[in-house]
Write a protein that binds this ligand. Structure first.
Ligand code: SF4
Length: 627
């Protein structure tokens, strides 16, 4: 018997308006678990032999929404969104909270695989075994708040009409896109619950390219059965006990509790496009957010005891009416300090606009900061931007975010994300602007710098991650610490669970065994399962295409800015040490069984059962070894 899974995946071919149910073999589930790992298997099997030609924003790309066996059991349910990324041209596993994952599992499915492109805007509606592709013309063009208001109302009406004997219905789970996704921006997020986002990867743009405005799901069954119910219950209780008793700061302040600290204490917060990473501006401490803008202090995703989310609203003044979550640390940094904004009100306002447009707060904040530095240096002017883009001006940044979401004027270039925008603008301005682009493999760096050496990301964190600049999956091999090891983070992304609740790594393996009954040891995870997934992600990242390819000799590198000395704060003068970086990078490759350029060797791939990946990688080796 299969425990912990429903064993069913919904397949939707939007080009042919065909819906079917797919079963994935138990052996494959055991070898790839779910979420990000399973996404790598599905993408490799279905698109691997033509990867370079697949346009991530074309109908041939797949859009995957995958849960994992721990989703719904481990406190803090999430869903993993994946596909060929329009940012990196590789695979990114991007997870998002909210209630979607639980609803999908309770509807009887472990995931959704979307292919093709609809002829007109549609949304997918799922209620247990009733699945329908519905017209979305009336919501196409709508922003986030309007989209979910309409979808909630019409879904609740529909549910009450069709299943009236079930009584009152609670809100469905909804994943949707805003205008940024509809306009195929590479920095558009897949949004959930208004202000939650799967931002890394650019999958909002993939949804837009398929004319899929939303997926709405309501489940009325239980989660799938587990192998050892008593053990699962005791593990849930243990995670909740530790979260509540020992993580009070996290519960009280959310991730924003680190906000002031990351700037003031570890000197690693992006400020004005990473020109600085230190500030001691106390007006931007999380206590000021609590006093001035929070209207709800504890808010959590399904089954989560940590309730790290807060709700902020501006009740008066020039930003009256703005509403968003916390904002969490990443958005405090990227839509706050990175834009020179140091007031909670200004930060909440920009975050609310970015949420409503369906842009990723990290990727969007990064490209806004990039544009503002070009303005500061006189490279982009008011004529180019149509805006005086002064640091610290929330309204100017909100206006530029609109232009990006609608691809208007300069927004059409910036909607391509920082890396591609830097390439295009360098050509237009005839100067190299890449030194101002703080990204890795086309993906903006998370808001944790490496120059001070005091924050958690290792020196190779972003340069060597198969997920590019993703701060939730940094390259590193310190297996005892979840946040410093990409092989460990792969577990959280494949489980699929919220890693903020993982205070002890052993919980993950214990949970997996109790839920599935499989005895997958830590060693098997690190040496085989995660190593295999990392190798597939790495291979497809190196294959890349069709518009951009990565050469590991050039692109397994830090953004230039990280080699500039920090200009202020207690760590003033400190920069990333190039020799240390090169040494760590080569140790990292060696430990994974990759060659000196970071290409998995034939021996490693054969050991992992990936002979087919090895065959495809041969052309990359030929190209690199011969030049
Ligand atoms: S810790 Fe925060 S982000 Fe994670 S599941 Fe709980 S409320 Fe959601």
């Amino acid at each position: 018997m299969l425990y912990g899974y429903n064993g069913k995946f919904i397949e939707v071919d939007l080009s042919n308006e065909k819906i079917s149910i797919e079963k994935i073999d138990e052996q494959i589930l055991r070898e790839y678990i779910g979420g990000r790992a399973l996404a790598s298997k599905i993408l490799w099997d279905r698109l691997g032999n033509k990867w370079e030609e697949v346009d991530p924003l074309g109908p041939e790309n797949l859009l995957l929404f995958l849960t994992g066996p721990l989703t719904g059991y481990f406190p803090g349910a999430r869903i993993c969104v994946s596909g060929k990324s329009p940012q990196s041209n590789g695979i990114v596993g991007s997870t998002v909270g909210g209630n979607f994952a639980m609803e999908l599992r309770c509807a009887g499915y472990d995931g959704i695989i979307v292919s093709g492109e609809a002829k007109k805007p549609v949304y997918l509606f799922i209620k247990d075994d009733f699945i329908e592709i519905k017209d979305a013309s009336h919501i196409w063009g709508k922003r986030g708040i309007d989209t979910i208001k309409i979808l909630i109302n019409e879904t609740l009406k529909d549910l009450s009409n069709k299943w009236s004997w079930k009584g009152l219905w609670k809100d469905p789970g909804i994943l949707y896109i805003g205008p940024a996704g509809e306009n195929k921006s590479r920095i558009a997020a897949v949004m959930s619950k208004w202000s939650h986002a799967a931002g890394y990867g650019g999958y909002g743009g993939v949804m837009g390219s398929k004319k899929l405005k939303a997926v709405v799901v309501k489940g009325s069954n239980s989660l799938p059965p587990v192998a050892n119910k008593e053990k699962v219950l005791s593990l849930i209780a243990e995670v909740c006990r530790v979260s509540i008793q020992e993580k009070d700061d996290w519960r009280r302040w959310g991730t924003g509790y680190g906000g002031y600290g990351v700037g003031a204490d570890t000197s690693s917060e992006p400020i004005r496009n990473w020109q600085e990473e230190w500030h001691d501006n106390k007006s931007f401490g999380v206590d000021k957010f609590e006093e001035r803008v929070w209207i709800k202090r504890y808010w959590g995703d399904d089954g989560c005891p940590t309730t790290c989310l807060k709700l902020s609203a501006i009740k008066d003044g020039e930003f009256k009416g703005a509403i968003t979550d916390n904002p969490d640390y990443e958005l405090q940094a990227y839509l706050g300090t990175n834009l020179g904004i140091f007031t909670p009100e200004g930060n909440v306002y920009v975050a609310s606009v970015v949420d409503d447009l369906g842009l990723c707060g990290i990727q969007g904040g990064n490209v806004l900061g990039f544009a503002a530095e070009l303005y500061q240096r006189g490279i982009l002017t008011k004529k180019d931007l149509g805006i005086e883009l002064e640091w610290g001006n929330p309204k100017a940044f909100a206006k530029l975010a609109e232009k990006i979401a609608y691809r208007k004027g300069i927004g059409n270039i910036l909607a391509e994300g920082t890396y591609r925008a830097a390439l295009k603008l360098s050509k237009r301005k005839k100067i190299d602007l890449m030194k101002y682009a703080v990204q890795s493999k086309g993906i903006a760096i998370g808001a944790h710098g490496i120059r001070s050496g005091l924050d958690y990301p290792p020196i190779i964190a972003y340069a060597c991650s198969v997920q590019g600049g993703d701060h939730t999956s940094v390259a590193g091999l310190i297996r005892e610490e979840l946040w410093k090891c990409e092989l460990s983070m792969l577990f959280a992304d494949s489980g699929v669970v919220c890693s903020f609740n993982v205070f002890k790594l052993d919980w993950l393996w214990d949970f997996l065994e109790a839920v599935t009954g499989w005895n997958i040891t830590k060693e098997e995870w690190y040496e085989k399962i995660a190593a295999r997934v990392l190798a597939i992600q790495r291979a497809l990242l190196l294959l890349g295409g069709p518009d951009i390819y990565w050469d590991p000799r050039i692109h397994d590198e830090n953004p230039e800015r990280f080699y500039e000395p920090l200009p202020s704060g207690p760590k003033k003068g400190k920069a990333t040490d190039k020799e240390d970086f090169l040494k760590t990078k080569s140790e990292y490759y060696k430990t994974l069984g990759w060659d000196e350029y970071g290409i998995p060797t034939s021996e490693t791939l054969n050991k992992l059962g990936l002979k087919d990946v090895d065959n495809v990688l041969q052309k990359i080796r030929n190209k690199i070894y011969s030049s």
